[in-house]
Structure formats: C-alpha cells, structure tokens
Design a protein around this ligand. Structure first.
Ligand SMILES: Cc1cc2nc3c(=O)[nH]c(=O)nc-3n(C[C@H](O)[C@H](O)[C@H](O)COP(=O)(O)O)c2cc1C
Length: 203
C-alpha cells in the first residue's frame, strides 16, 4: 500500500508539515509494509496552472511529470490544509487543478484540516464540495480536523488527554483509510466501466 500525503500550507515550518510528518510516521509504524510519498507544496514550487499543462509544454513535463509519476503509484491520498480565512490554501486548490484522473481517479482521499484554534471545518467542506469533480478522487466519510494544532503532536508521547485523543483518532482514521485503499483497488481494476473519453469529466 502506498499513501500520498499532500501538504498544502505555503508557510515555512508549518504546523501542517508537522501533522503530515506525524501521519507519515504513524502509517509506517502501523503498516510496516506501507510506502509513503510526502509532497510538500511549500517547497515544490509548483506554478499556477496554465494551458501549457494540457498542451504538453516542456515546462510542465519537467515540473509535473515526476510528481505525477509518484502519485500514479499511490493507492490513497491524504491532502492536508490549514484553514486560512475559512478556506483551503490556494496551493492545494492549484494541486487539484493540476492532478487528473490519471493520478487521483477512483482513489480514496482522506482530508486533514489544521487550525491553531477552534476552526478547521470550512476547508473540509470546501474540498468535499469542489476539489474532486474532474480528477475523481473519492473522499471517504472519515476526515481529521487537528484543532489547537500548536499544542498537539509535539512530543514523542502525548502530553494530555486532548493530545491522546488526537493521536488515537489519527490511528483510527489511518486504519479506515487502509480498508478503503485495499478495496478501491478492485474498482480501479475495472477500468472498462469507469474509463470513458466521452464522460471524462464529472458533472
Ligand atoms: C492567512 C491566514 C489565515 C488564517 N485564517 C484562519 C481561519 O480562518 N481559521 C482558523 O482556524 N485559523 C486561521 N489561521 C490560523 C491557522 O490556523 C494557523 O496559523 C495554522 O497554524 C496554520 O497552519 P500552517 O502552520 O500549517 O500554515 C490563519 C492563518 C493564516 C496565516
């Protein structure tokens, strides 16, 4: 099983990167055979989408092809975004413009939202509503909202009850995602049903 963790904050040393690395570490602990691909959009320097991507411009071949190749080998996607002004980050939304069915189609996605306070629900709503239509990522019912993130996941062991519950919830969600990832392989194998040039994009 291979998991893509797509870290969507633009900030250096972001809390979202801390969460992404924690989740990556838990996946490796809970599923020793699993592989991970951590795509840090803060350092990946992806340009904003332009039509050259679809025309096959050299610029995009250089920038996007290595990322696309990694994503194509993944069974599940974990997009992580901080809540910024009640939104998912522009960089993560740009990622969902760049990625197509080839990379994400019919793969389970588990959204992780991050807030330094009580926020974090808006990006979940936003991504569930508007980031899946053309790339056909399938968001599972389980998602994570890491609230008061600066107080969570800082030490090797949990420091209080809230930190403990956060860690237990992350492990639980990873387990659920694994189940979906296993079973969605069967769906992707039946491309004669879902692969269509006529109905390439969702409605
Ligand atoms: C531009 C900006 C807007 C923010 N807006 C919100 C918000 O609407 N809701 C919220 O809960 N936190 C908001 N925050 C605080 C973030 O939750 C907090 O900075 C968090 O650590 C950001 O995640 P990051 O460290 O991964 O970038 C905002 C932070 C920034 C930089």
């Amino acid at each position: 099983m291979k998991y893509a963790i797509v870290m969507g904050s633009h900030r250096e040393n972001s809390q979202s990167l801390k969460v992404g690395k924690y989740i990556e570490n838990r996946i490796k602990t809970l599923q020793p055979d699993a592989e991970t691909y951590l795509l840090n959009l803060q350092t990946a320097n992806l340009p904003m989408w332009d039509e050259g991507l679809w025309k096959g411009d050299e610029k995009w071949k250089t920038i996007w092809s290595p990322i696309a190749a990694e994503l194509q080998t993944c069974d599940a996607i974990i997009p992580i975004t901080p809540e910024w002004s009640g939104m998912a980050t522009p960089m993560l939304k740009n990622f969902f413009l760049l990625a197509s069915t080839n990379e994400l189609g019919h793969k389970p996605g588990m959204i992780v939202s991050v807030s330094s306070g009580r926020g974090g629900s808006y990006p979940v709503n936003e991504l569930r509503t508007s980031s899946y239509k053309n790339n056909h990522i399938c968001y599972i019912p389980e998602h994570l909202i890491i609230r008061f993130v600066t107080e969570r996941l800082n030490e090797p062991e949990a420091v209080d009850e809230s930190d403990t519950i956060t860690r237990e919830r992350i492990d639980y969600a990873i387990g659920v995602l694994e189940l979906y990832a296993e079973n969605f392989r069967n769906i992707r194998a039946k491309s004669e049903v879902w692969k269509s040039d006529t109905f390439k994009f969702g409605m």
